[in-house]
Design a protein around this ligand. Structure first.
Ligand code: PEP
Ligand code: MG
Length: 893
């Protein structure tokens, strides 16, 4: 029979799949000798069983009973013993941290009887009754599903009756009365009494934690963070320790380094005489952790020592939760902490310099997504800006938007296309939808460890918190800044999550330092972050096997791509050169009634094309440039059918001859499904002269540069090929043109001719096609749409989000390659193409070329390069390096 329960002494940090992050790390801390209250973990297997079958697995009850007995023995007390009760907490803890999204119940084991025992043993009657009312409140809400407002209202009522502001001012007698009121709330709303049997309490709490895996906000959070829906949560049952026994007790959270910048130091918040989630909830004002040194020097020193031990042990930034019970320090949680993108790069390099990790590990500690965040623009405050507050820089970025004051408004406004900033006094897990919808989050309370800060940082969302200079009036939908500035719903503000400054109105943005570094305008040693990026990129480039090319269609874009580290252009979309004023020339080509007219139109286009190619080849001198012949259907260059019909109809007899001809052509070329019509190689083969013109322009541009002593390396790429015959005919024609240009110019440039693989049939017959194609480039945009049978232009808005909700995809297959389906075609084509033509050069130029997860896939399949937009080039370089390092590591293991 499988084992469902692990004592803390039995687990370790590598068992996160089974024990969840919290359980695995509690076990790890226990085993390295840190002061962790005894406890045990119920596995995620048990949770998954429960969620599938609606009941706990057989044997779980007995295992829990046995571990509870051990726990009771270790503590020398029995759960809920009327004379001297052992109390436990029942805490959720999944593999990936989901801050505040699932449930926890504290103080299990208290009852009408044992509360008296607790009062006696602790010598603190008020404490005992406070613990009991918290239990009923949490249990009522979490386990029995009663609306938390009922308890809040009763608590507020008690405070009002007493004329006090804080619950700490309520006496034992007040709390006793509150317990009775809470029990009545339970009886009324749950139609049952609050359970007095401690084991009953525990079992119900365990099931409630299992069920909280599927709470709405947990589901939403997982979707946002791309956490798989089927992992389930573990449950930790831990002996209670109390931070609310008086001023010699308290609870806090801390980071071993600043999660915003990576700087080493003491970062955290402490709350005296408090229990559980009071700190993270940002409800009462905390003090900086440094103050603990003054309040309780011994505990402070011990905590600092433990934080050093943890950093050296995990070799990373850790965050922790701790409680001090009457001067005794207890560790309640640790994990490798979430951090901002900038801190991730800085910390990785700091750890290398401290000798804790090597450069390969440093490369693995950061990600392309984080690098992308460092490339976002920042505010340019050199002009006239109105600063209205400065607060805590909780999660970096530059966000501009209209102010809204609640989550629902944020969602509604964002749905109609507005950019919004969510402004709250503090956030709680129910604000998650609004946080996701907003550009940024601003709160007037709470520190770096408040809910808003932790969640925003996890999502990479800009956040400024603890702006206590601002008076936020959520009911009145406005906030007031110092000097009487009133900002109402709909007014625009700008928030800088890097400096913590809030501005009125829209502040302009400029390129980030990291982008300036990639552009070559900022030296790497100018700033710590840029230096860290430089060192990590250097190592990634050394390690990677994949080349990184760019998709670019003009000189400046190519030049930028080259500065960003591209060593080639993987896709020039030549149709992009037929837009703007040149559209008329294409129109003339389409309307041509005679061969002469058609040739005249092509002759007019050719020098323009040649000029484009020269510019591109020059910018990429010495590197391959894969130029794709025209792809889209011709009607894309003509006016819209409806517009033109209306125009001609309205003009009646006055319609120009040109418009009539145009309308006739538009009707003739109209396609029901242009994606699958006359486009790509079909167009190239059927419109006489088009291929010749483009190939001649490429060859002539190259010859010109070669003559000038440059090193142009164009490649000709045929789009949308489905069969080798298409390839053979286009190749034959292209070769003829190349020979003619060579004869005219006397320059014999090697110009390979290859094809896109973007039709399933091409992938399946790649062995044949490779006889005629000298290289392949996967067009995974078309390959995805044709493999799935859905149009890339129509479906993302139409049904992707319900499909993601239904779990049909984890992520859009247009974003991350569908490895099992589309990826299988990529594999087949690669293997069979290379079987025909050993060493066949193969790349990918669909959007997936710049997507981190897809880059790993293409590395594994053995492609030669990925090609993506210039701004994604550094991201692809980094991910290609990471993929190579990890696969080298797994080869030797
Ligand atoms: C593709 O289909 O993946 C591709 C790169 O071509 P386009 O996006 O231009 O159709
Ligand atoms: Mg395509």
């Amino acid at each position: 029979m499988p084992k469902f329960v692990y004592d803390f002494t039995e687990g370790n940090k590598d068992l996160k799949d089974l024990l969840g992050g919290k359980g695995a790390n509690l076990a790890e801390m226990t085993n390295i000798g840190l002061p962790v209250p005894p406890g045990f973990t119920i596995t995620t297997d048990a949770c998954r069983y429960y969620l599938t079958h609606g009941r706990t697995p057989e044997g779980l009850d007995n295992e829990v009973a046995a571990h509870l007995e051990d726990l009771e023995q270790a503590m020398g007390r029995k759960l809920g013993d009327p004379g001297d009760p052992l109390l436990v907490s029942v805490r959720s803890g999944a593999k990936f941290s989901m801050p505040g999204m699932m449930e926890t119940v504290l103080n299990i084991g208290l009852s009408d009887e044992s509360v008296l025992g607790l009062a006696k043993q602790s010598g603190n009657e008020r404490f005992a009754w406070d613990a009991y009312r918290r239990l009923i409140q949490m249990f009522g809400k979490t386990v029995l599903g009663i609306d938390g407002e009922h308890f809040e209202d009763a608590l507020d009522g008690a405070k009002q009756a007493k004329g006090v502001a804080s619950d700490t001012q309520l006496t034992a007698e007040d709390l006793k009365a509150l317990v009775s009121a809470f029990k009545e709330i339970v009886a009324e709303h749950a139609k049952r009494d609050f359970p007095q049997d401690p084991r009953d309490q525990m079992d119900l709490a365990i099931k409630a934690v299992f069920e909280s895996w599927n709470a709405d906000r947990a589901i939403l959070y997982r979707r946002q963070e791309r956490i798989p829906a089927d992992l389930g949560t573990a449950v930790n049952v831990v002996a209670m320790v109390f931070g609310n026994l008086g001023d010699d007790s308290g609870t806090g959270v801390a980071f071993t380094r600043d999660p915003g910048t990576g700087a080493q130091g003491v970062y955290g918040d402490y709350l005296q005489n408090a229990q559980g989630e009071d700190v993270v909830a940002g409800i009462r004002n905390t003090v900086p952790l440094q103050d603990l040194e003054r309040l309780d020097k011994a505990s402070y020193d011990q905590l600092m020592q433990i934080m050093r031990t943890l950093e050296n042990h995990y070799k990373d930034l850790c965050d922790i939760e701790f409680t001090i019970e009457r001067g005794k320090l207890w560790m309640l949680q640790t994990r490798v902490g979430k951090r901002t993108a900038a801190a991730a790069f800085r910390i990785a390099i700091q750890l290398v310099d401290q000798g804790l990790i090597d450069m390969d590990e440093a490369v693995n500690r950061v990600s392309g997504d984080e690098l992308a965040r460092l490339m976002f623009p920042r505010f340019d405050v050199s002009g006239d800006v109105t600063r209205i507050a400065k607060a805590i820089s909780a999660s970096p970025g530059a966000a501009v938007g209209k102010v809204v004051f609640d989550s629902a408004a944020a969602v509604a406004w964002a749905d109609r296309g507005e950019r919004v900033i969510l402004v709250r006094r503090e956030t709680n897990p129910d604000d998650l939808p609004g946080m996701i919808a907003a550009q940024g989050v601003l709160t007037s309370r709470g520190g770096k460890t408040s809910h808003a800060a932790v969640v925003a940082r996890g999502m990479g969302k800009t956040c400024v918190c603890g702006a206590d200079e601002l008076t936020v009036d959520t009911r009145g939908k406005k906030f007031t800044a110092p000097g009487g500035v009133v900002v109402s719903e709909g007014d625009v503000i700008s928030i800088d999550g890097t400096s913590g400054v809030v501005y009125l109105g829209e502040v302009p943005v400029v390129a980030s330092n990291v982008v300036q570094y990639f552009e070559g305008t900022l030296a790497p040693d100018n700033d710590e972050l840029v230096a860290a990026v430089h060192r990590i990129m250097t190592r990634a480039d050394e390690a990677r096997r994949l080349g990184v090319h760019a998709n670019a269609d003009n000189g400046p874009d190519c030049a930028r791509a080259r500065r960003f580290g591209a060593t080639g252009v993987g896709l020039v979309r030549t149709e992009h050169m037929f837009l703007g004023e040149r559209r008329q020339l294409v129109e003339r080509l389409i309307l041509a009634g005679t061969d002469e007219q058609r040739q005249a139109a092509l002759d007019a286009l050719e020098p323009l094309q040649r000029g484009d190619f020269e510019e591109i080849l020059e910018a990429m001198d010495g590197y391959p440039v894969t130029i794709r012949l025209i792809d889209p259907p011709l009607h894309e260059f003509l006016p819209d059918l409806t517009d033109l019909s209306v125009k001609v109809a309205l003009a009646g007899d006055d319609a120009t001859e040109h418009d009539r001809q145009l309308l006739e052509a538009v009707r003739r070329l109209h396609e029901q499904n242009p994606m699958l019509g006359l486009r790509g190689v079909r167009l190239v083969l059927l419109i006489p002269g088009l291929l010749d013109m483009q190939v001649r322009a490429i060859a002539a541009a190259a010859a010109e540069l070669t003559k000038a002593g440059r090193d142009p390396r164009p490649e000709i790429m045929i789009p949308l090929t489905a069969t080798v015959q298409e390839m053979e005919i286009s190749r034959e024609r292209a070769e003829k043109v190349l020979q003619a240009v060579a004869a005219e110019t006397g320059v014999h440039d090697e110009i390979p001719i290859g094809t896109m693989i973007e039709v399933p049939r091409a992938a399946l017959t790649a062995g044949e096609i490779a006889r005629s194609a000298e290289f392949f480039s996967f067009g995974t945009n078309d390959l995805t749409q044709m493999t799935w049978g859905f149009s890339r232009d129509d479906v993302e808005g139409a049904f992707f989000s319900p499909y993601i909700d239904m779990g049909i995809f984890g992520v859009s297959p247009f974003e991350t390659i569908d490895a099992d389906g589309v990826g299988r075609l990529v594999r087949i084509a690669t293997e069979e193409g290379r079987a025909t033509r050993p060493g066949l050069h193969i790349g990918v130029c669909g959007e997936h070329g710049g997507d981190p997860a897809s880059v790993w896939f293409f590395n594994e399949v053995g492609l030669d390069y990925v090609s993506c937009s210039p701004f994604r080039v550094p991201i692809a370089r980094l991910e290609a390096g990471r993929a190579a390092i990890v696969s080298a590591g797994s080869d030797t293991r």
